[in-house]
Structures are given as structure tokens and as C-alpha cells.
Design a protein around this ligand. Structure first.
Ligand code: ATP
Ligand code: MG
Length: 440
């Protein structure tokens, strides 16, 4: 196991001053699972003032000194070091009313959420594990430290953190923990949207997102009640073998684990219940569902307080998730013109995942999509013209050719671009100006 020098140095500095100090929480969990931790949290018997004295010659940021946390930056590694702490009463279901510093590591581990997150790493003697986190890690179990109802009543965000760890690690949730999660789910209403969104995004990007959201659909519906009508909604259509919610979850799990794609997939069919019709042959249809889903998703994403930039990108993916990409040069150039390369590729990703979650007879579309991707790549490599800036004439050229100033210039440029993309004219100055003169 590789522990960075920065961590070893910080522990040694605290030890030299007579304090205990250990890597703790997520980094220990990751180390024991053979994964390289992405950040390092340390826990120490030193109080904040004692830490400040020990690290007086290091770069520090007083991240949350009141709660015992000091960030020490060694090289380019930020270490969050927190004094052993016992949390007081949680009157608001979110934050402890007060925190008390303690000199007992076990007390500090006892305030942590799950057994797999409640281990410390003693650099000389190995893991400190009073709540049997190693056993749960081996068995793949998420279990509260202590009484689950109490722990979720203290801080309801833990409910969602539990689902997040189950999704990311592919773990089961222990029975009492699961029952308490369901029993206390309404307390999630006390938690700030920002904290919820952070955990929800991680949950969505987890490898077991489909099983977790299926098993805990009641908790999902607490945040997103609009999704309930999709539960068990049969599609009565030869393209589909799953009800809308099951299809949605399979599509979420099938798309690349990137936040925008996963959020878009979760909400892409949420409007289906609102537009379900059955034709005279008994076939189900959902005309206009992409736009309805987009409208509903707009309200939902606003509640989650995603940044407006991120929301816009997610909403666009939902709105156009089933827009066809016919494999013809002019059509593909127009798609590139409308969306740009990156969003075209994201839409194709969505369509691949959507297809994977439908009836297997239609999987041939995956190969078609690959051909479209290859073609898009070719068009980009050859620097084909699909935007005004690629056009061989500019607004000034049109003015000089006698096109009246103002909006006509813009419209003429757009018309020329369409003509080039359609292959009706070559993208050269002479050919374009000739066309302009002819149209005058
Ligand atoms: P990640 O890999 O996402 O960083 P993590 O377990 O490190 O996972 P953090 O949010 O970084 O999660 O928290 C660090 C540690 O602090 C956790 O491992 C856990 O011991 C403790 N912790 C974090 N949030 C809570 C909470 N809401 N209640 C109790 N303990 C918590
Ligand atoms: Mg962490």
C-alpha cells in the first residue's frame, strides 16, 4: 500500500509533538480495498490550537477550525486533519449543536457514518477497527455504526450517503440499516440541496446504480416524486421489453459514468406517463415525451440546484435524446452545426445506452451508431465546413459584394452555409460570391 510522503510527514510531525495521528475514513477504506485513495483525511488527538502550533511552518488553511479541521498543504497534497471529536445533539437533523473534542480515537470513530468508513490506519501497527469495518468491507456490506435510526435522525444525509456507497462499491445494505433508511427518509427534507446533489451525483455514477435505485425507489421518489408514475408503467411497444422505470435504470447504468450523462438518462423518459397513448392495434406510444421530459427535468434540476450551465447541458441531452442521426453527409454536418462535436457524441452515447436497455432485436443500432461516430470523426478530421467561421466568405466580403448591411448579411451567411453543407456549392470564395450574385 502506498501512503504518500505528505501523509507520513504530517503524522510524524504530530507524533513528534506527542500527539496521535492516523489516516481515517474513506482513504483507509480505499487502501484496504486495494484502491489508491483520491484524498487523505487524518484524525488526531491534537486540538486545533495544538495543530496550528505543530504546522506553524507549513502552508495551512483554517477550513473548519471550529469543528476541528485544519487543511495542511504539503507540496501539492492537501490534507484535512481533524481533531478527535464527539458530535453533540442534532436538533436540526443536519448539524451537531456543538462538537466536543476528545482524546479518544474510538470515540471519534464512533461518530462516523458506516463501519467501512470508521477505520483508522496506524502506520506502525495497521488498521484500527473497533466496529468491524474490515469484515463488512470483505463481505460488501454497508452498516451503520451504532443504532441506525439514531444515526439517520442525527444527520439524514447519511441515508443518501449509504445508498451512494452501495452504488459506488456495489455493496449490499445491511437489513437494519436499510429499514431505518426507509423509515427516516422524510428527514432528507431537512438536508440542503447542495449536499443532496453531491451525493446523488456520486450515486448516479456508481456501478450498481440500477440495483440500488430499484431497491430504494421509495427513497428516490421522495426527492423526485415525478418519477413514481414511471414505476411499472408498461410500454406495450415491440421496441421495449421493460417498464419505463426499469428501462430508465438500465439505461442509466449503461451510459458512461459521467454526471451529465447519468442525470440526463435518469430523467430522459420521466414525461412518458403524461403522453402514453395506445393505437388501434394495441401498440403503446409516447409522442412528444422528450420535450415533456425536458420541461419536467427543468423543475427537478432547479430543485437540486445544479449550476445553470450543467442544467442547460443536461436538458439539451434530454430534449434531443432520440433525435435521429441519419448517416448522410449533409445531415451529419447539420447536426455538427447545431450541437458541435462533443454534444453530438454525448447524444450518440445516450442513444447507445437507450438502445441497450430496449428489446435486443434493435441492437443493430449500436453498429449503426458506431458508423455515424466514425463519419463524424472523419468530417471533423477533414475540417469540413459546418460553421460560419469555416465559411470561405465573411460578412465583409458580402458587404463588398453589395449585400445590404444589417440582418441580411447574417441570413445570407446562414443560407450559404446550408448550401455548402448540402453540397450544392463548393466552399470557395469565388463559388460562394457567384451564388450570392446569382441570388440577387
Ligand atoms: P469519498 O471517497 O467520496 O471521499 P469518504 O468516505 O472519504 O468518501 P467524505 O465525505 O470524504 O467521504 O468523508 C470522510 C469521512 O468522514 C467518511 O469516511 C466518514 O468517516 C466521515 N463522514 C463524512 N460524512 C459523514 C456524515 N454525514 N456522518 C458521519 N460521518 C461522516
Ligand atoms: Mg473523502
Amino acid at each position: 500500500m502506498r501512503i504518500p510522503e505528505a501523509v507520513l510527514d504530517a503524522v510524524a510531525q504530530l507524533n513528534a509533538a506527542g500527539f496521535e495521528a492516523y489516516p481515517v475514513g474513506g482513504c483507509v477504506r480505499d487502501l484496504l480495498s486495494g484502491k489508491q485513495p483520491h484524498d487523505w483525511d487524518l484524525t488526531t488527538s491534537a486540538t486545533p490550537d495544538e495543530m496550528l502550533a505543530v504546522f506553524q511552518n507549513d502552508r495551512t488553511v483554517p477550513t473548519g477550525l471550529k469543528h476541528g479541521t485544519l487543511t495542511v498543504i504539503k507540496g501539492d497534497v492537501p490534507l484535512e486533519i481533524t481533531t478527535y471529536r464527539v458530535d453533540g445533539n442534532y436538533a436540526d437533523g443536519r448539524h451537531p449543536d456543538e462538537v466536543t473534542f476528545t482524546r479518544s480515537l474510538t470515540d471519534d470513530l464512533a461518530r462516523r457514518d458506516f463501519t467501512v468508513n470508521a477505520m483508522a490506519w496506524d502506520i506502525k501497527n495497521g488498521v484500527v477497527d473497533p466496529f468491524f469495518g474490515q469484515e463488512d468491507l470483505k463481505k460488501g456490506i454497508i452498516r451503520c455504526v451504532g443504532d441506525a435510526d439514531t444515526r439517520f435522525t442525527e444527520d439524514a444525509l447519511r441515508i443518501l450517503r449509504g445508498l451512494r456507497f452501495a452504488s459506488v462499491l456495489g455493496f449490499e445494505i445491511e437489513a437494519k440499516t436499510a429499514t431505518a433508511m426507509r423509515r427516516q427518509k422524510e428527514r432528507l427534507g431537512l438536508v440542503s440541496a447542495e449536499r443532496i446533489t453531491e451525493e446523488m451525483t456520486k450515486l448516479l455514477c456508481g456501478k450498481a446504480v440500477d440495483t440500488v435505485l430499484d431497491d430504494y425507489r421509495d427513497i428516490l421518489a421522495f426527492f423526485i416524486p415525478e418519477i413514481s408514475p414511471t414505476f411499472d408503467l408498461q410500454q406495450q411497444n415491440p421496441h421495449h421489453i421493460h417498464d419505463v422505470f426499469t428501462h430508465t435504470l438500465k439505461a442509466v447504468a449503461a451510459v458512461k459514468a459521467e454526471p451529465e450523462l447519468r442525470w440526463a438518462m435518469l430523467l430522459h423518459d420521466i414525461g412518458k406517463a403524461k403522453c402514453f397513448t395506445v393505437d388501434e392495434d394495441g401498440i403503446g406510444h409516447f409522442y412528444g415525451h422528450a420535450s415533456i421530459s425536458e420541461k419536467m427535468a427543468k423543475d427537478i434540476l432547479a430543485r437540486f440546484r445544479l449550476s445553470s450551465k450543467q442544467s442547460e447541458r443536461i436538458l439539451r441531452l434530454i430534449k434531443y435524446h432520440d433525435l435521429p442521426f441519419p448517416n448522410e453527409r449533409p445531415m451529419l454536418l447539420k447536426r455538427l452545426h447545431k450541437f458541435g462535436e462533443e454534444i453530438c457524441l454525448q447524444l450518440l452515447e445516450m442513444q447507445d445506452a437507450d438502445c441497450t436497455a430496449q428489446a435486443p432485436e434493435y441492437r443493430y443500432r449500436l453498429e449503426e451508431n458506431q458508423r455515424i461516430r466514425d463519419e463524424l470523426q472523419r468530417l471533423c478530421d477533414e475540417q469540413a465546413c459546418f460553421s460560419l467561421k469555416d465559411l470561405a466568405v465573411s460578412g465583409d466580403d458580402l458587404l463588398a459584394a453589395g449585400v445590404p448591411a444589417g440582418r441580411t448579411i447574417g441570413k445570407t451567411l446562414e443560407r450559404l452555409l446550408t448550401a455548402v453543407m448540402d453540397g450544392r456549392v463548393e466552399n470557395t470564395r469565388e463559388a460562394l460570391l457567384q451564388l450570392v450574385r446569382k441570388e440577387k
